[in-house]
Design a protein around this ligand. Structure first.
Ligand SMILES: O=c1ccn([C@@H]2O[C@H](COP(=O)(O)O)[C@@H](O)[C@H]2O)c(=O)[nH]1
Length: 231
C-alpha cells in the first residue's frame, strides 16, 4: 500500500551505499524518499531501482530546466523509471512546462509533475542579484500561477507561501515544501524555513526533510518525533 505520509526524506549522499544504508533505517510506510542531483549523478537509475526494491515511492528531484524538447524527453525518461514524482523549473517558462506535461500525459506510470518556484535557499537579496526585485512570495505566486496554467500538478515552494498558494491555486494543487526544520535544528543554507507543525498548519501537502534526519544520531527517532508532532 502506498504511504499517505507527508514526509519525504532527501537522500543527499555522495554514494549509493550511504543512501541505501539510510533507506534501511527508514520505513516506506512512514516516509517517501527523494533522489536528488548528487546521488543520481553518481549512481543513476540503479539507485532508483534499489530504492523501489526496498518499497519506497520516489521523488526524483532533478529540477529539469532546458528547452522544451529536451525537458520533455527528460521527463519521459524519468517516468519510465516508475518514479512517483518528478520536477522541472517553472522559470523555464510555460511552453517548457507544457511540453513536459504533454510528454507524460498518456504514460502508463505517469508521475506527479511539479515545478520549482523560488528555491527555499533564496531570500529577497538573492533574487535582487538575478534582477528580480519582488519579494520572494510575489515571485513564487507568479511562477505557481504559470505552473498551474501549464498543467503542472503542483509546485515546490516554501511552507511560508502555502496559505497564499492554496488560496490562489486551489486546494488540489500540490505544495511540496523543502526548508523544513524541526525546532532547534540548524537552518544551514536554507532561508525560508518553517517547522513541520507550522508547515502542516500552513496547509502543505508534502514536506521534504534532509539533513535534520540524515545527519541525526538517531534518524528513526527524528522521523518518529516529526510524525508524532503531526499526529
Ligand atoms: O527549493 C528547494 C528545492 C529543493 N530543495 C531540496 O530539498 C532538500 C532539502 O534538504 P535539507 O537538508 O532538509 O535542507 C535538498 O535535497 C534540496 O536539494 C530545497 O532545499 N529547496
Amino acid at each position: 500500500m502506498p504511504t499517505t505520509s507527508p514526509v519525504i526524506v532527501a537522500l543527499d549522499y555522495p554514494d549509493q551505499a550511504q543512501a541505501l544504508a539510510m533507506a534501511d533505517k527508514l520505513d516506506p510506510q512512514k516516509v517517501r524518499v527523494k533522489v536528488g542531483k548528487e546521488i543520481f549523478t553518481r549512481s543513476g537509475p540503479a539507485v532508483v531501482e534499489a530504492l523501489h526494491d526496498k518499497g519506497f515511492e520516489i521523488f526524483l528531484d532533478l529540477k529539469f530546466h532546458d528547452i522544451p524538447n529536451t525537458v520533455a524527453g527528460a521527463v519521459r525518461a524519468a517516468a519510465d523509471l516508475g518514479i512517483w514524482m518528478v520536477n522541472v523549473h517553472a522559470s523555464g517558462g510555460q511552453r517548457m512546462m507544457e511540453a513536459a506535461a504533454e510528454a507524460i500525459a498518456n504514460h502508463g506510470q505517469r508521475p506527479q509533475l511539479i515545478a520549482v518556484t523560488v528555491l527555499t535557499s533564496m531570500e529577497a537579496a538573492d533574487l535582487a542579484q538575478i534582477g528580480i526585485h519582488d519579494d520572494p512570495a510575489v515571485q513564487v505566486r507568479r511562477l505557481a500561477e504559470l505552473a498551474k496554467t501549464a498543467g503542472m500538478d503542483g509546485v515546490v515552494c516554501s511552507a511560508r507561501e502555502a496559505p497564499m498558494l492554496k488560496e490562489a491555486c486551489g486546494q488540489a494543487f500540490s505544495l511540496v515544501t523543502p526548508g523544513i526544520r524541526p525546532a532547534g535544528s540548524d537552518a544551514g543554507d536554507q532561508r525560508r524555513v518553517l517547522t513541520p507543525l507550522q508547515a502542516r498548519d500552513a496547509g502543505v501537502d508534502y514536506m521534504v526533510i534532509g539533513r535534520p534526519i540524515t545527519q541525526a544520531a538517531e534518524p528513526t527517532k527524528v522521523v518518529d518525533d516529526i510524525l508524532q508532532s503531526l499526529a
